[in-house]
Design a protein around this ligand. Structure first.
Ligand code: ATR
Length: 271
């Protein structure tokens, strides 16, 4: 669709901006739906975040995705922060509603909808590896869906803090996975990102479980390959990103987001 005076502008604020696949996903969705909109990446330095958010209001930008390193800091600059985002402690979406800039969080929904491709979550025993920002959103989502959550982390104190803050059942070091019965396992540590390594021993993985890795590059991380080889079902981390983007889109369009179109765009953007 040609750009016109009516074209809606959306985008993502992050720094550095080189590698995001969000423009590919959102623009592919707009095209598939015939939406008169365009989505750009904005490389926003931390010291310019307040000005960028003010500009968002002034320019009438429809929606802004917020990525690292801005997800916590952006809250100070908004008119309202939804309760869910406040409890997670991070905003990944800023939307204009009745002239106000409202912060929300779709990362937790992206994680649970990705897992729900393979399993229901109510009453399931879930283990989250890691205790950073991603672990917090994923744990929140699992608890929201009624799962029983254990948080394991290299630094166990941080796992305990996260578990206490959100109401998870248990916490401990990564090695505790060995003795922890689970139905669902989610890696949110950065292990596997830059090296062919897994945060846990393959002997701790179990057949019949569902294993998801927030690391999406490479698509089949060492953890996911180990999980497949013991007979677990796997969910590549790209689905978390596809579903969090779909939820962002669905918050300002009337219908459903085209999931398969967005997934294909995500894949193409990584080639
Ligand atoms: P994010 O916002 O993506 O969650 P983060 O807040 O920096 O990122 O969290 C990174 C997570 O990866 C932490 O849980 C970290 O463990 P620590 O709390 O002990 O630092 C985990 N992590 C990073 N490198 C790791 C490694 N080599 N082995 C195990 N865990 C690691």
């Amino acid at each position: 669709m040609p750009i016109s005076p009516r074209t809606a502008l959306c985008g993502i604020a992050l720094h550095p901006a080189g590698h995001t696949r969000s423009p590919a996903m959102h623009n592919a969705a707009y095209e598939a739906l015939g939406l008169d909109a365009v989505y750009l990446a904005f490389d926003v330095l931390p010291e310019a975040l307040g000005a960028a958010v003010a500009g968002l209001g002034a320019l009438g930008i429809r929606q802004l995705s917020v990525s690292l390193p801005h997800k916590v800091e952006v809250m100070r600059h908004l008119d309202e922060v939804e309760e869910t985002a406040r409890r997670i402690g991070a905003v990944n979406t800023v939307t204009r509603r009745d002239g106000k800039l409202v912060g929300s969080n779709t990362d937790w929904l992206g994680a649970v909808q990705a897992l729900e491709r393979e399993t229901a979550l109510e009453g399931r025993r879930a283990v989250v590896l890691g205790a950073g920002g991603t672990a917090r959103a994923v744990s929140f989502g699992l608890l929201e869906r009624g799962a029983r959550v254990t948080v394991l982390n290299r630094t166990p104190d941080k796992a305990r803090d996260l578990a206490d803050a959100l109401g998870a059942e248990a916490a401990g070091p990564l090695a505790d996975l060995q003795g922890t019965r689970h139905d669902v396992l989610v890696n949110t540590t950065s292990v596997g990102l830059a090296e062919d390594a897994s945060p846990v021993s393959p002997t701790a993985l179990r057949a019949g479980t569902v294993v998801m890795d927030a690391v999406y590059e490479p698509e089949r991380t060492r953890l996911l390959r180990d999980a497949e080889s013991v007979g677990a079902r796997i969910v590549p981390g790209k689905w978390m990103l596809v579903y969090q983007a779909a939820a962002q889109l669905e918050s300002w369009i009337p219908g459903r987001a085209p999931i398969e179109v967005m997934e294909r765009a995500f894949d193409r953007a990584g080639q």
